[in-house]
Ligand binder design. Sequence first.
Ligand code: ZN
Length: 338
Amino acid sequence: MRYDDSPPPPESAASVSPDPPWYARRSTLAVAVAALAPTALAGWVLTQVLTGSGPGGQPPQPKALPASHTTGAGAHGAGDAKASTATPSPAAPDSASASASASASASAPAAPAKGPLAGRTVVIDPGHNTGNFKHTSEIDRQVDIGTNRKECDTTGTTTNSGYMEAEFTLDVSRRTRALLESKGAKVVFTHDADRPWGPCIDERARIGNEAKADAVVSVHADGVSAGNRGFHVILPATVKGGAADTSKIVGPSRDLGERIAGNFARSTGSAPANYLGSGTGLVVRDDLGGLNLSTRPKVFIECGNMRDAKDAAQLTSPEWRQKAAEGITNGIVGFLGG
Ligand code: ZN
């Protein structure tokens, strides 16, 4: 069964690999460490420790010009390939700063929130919905994602013992909300177990857009065969078609995603996925409506593989989920400069 957030086919992952690994672009120190480390993974972990890309870490480094990503175009037919008229453009950090100033100019509340994220809005999107299993006709309805049409929503996966991805995503999202609110952020959920199913992926994107979110994170866990382990963060590809135009969010979303990946690894001790992303923990996709329709910096995180017993042991642990929430939160804080 293929889920909306199931991993892209091998050729998609391969199309991402020509990019220099993101950890190698952090700094000359990072490059040196990565080069000296015996394996890419060791270099990656060391880099995270040494460069401290989290809150209080180094300021964002200048970014290399992004390659044009048309992930999955080959696997999804010529229609997608045409829709993905990638227009390579310099990374656009101005988008994030523009949204920051827009947010700052919003009417001040009587008792302003305090903390490093005061005045910032973060939208958290708990993937799927525990009720989706009972509403298959509703969630199977096709919705327009700009470049394509796709199911409104999917059921998500489960562990072998039946712990639902939708339970996991809601729990991690709530833990993340508590942490973000403690730092002064305004947090908006796309749903909070307050509706029988959904929302549809187009509405999930719209909620982030209408909230003028400074950052949006969609929380998931993967459901692939045992032996595939680790986390990965999904970044939006450059897509344009219908209501989809990610050109302004590709740059800031990569920044957000890199910071979440680094902090997530450090907080949970999990390694980047061993089955896609070439060990970087980052994958670019052009087939997710929740990303294609977003006008705000947005990423998905697949926190682990529910179908792998070792990953599942972590995903079902409340203590581990708290660490996951801390990693996601620290990544957001770093991105927002808190
Ligand atoms: Zn999912």
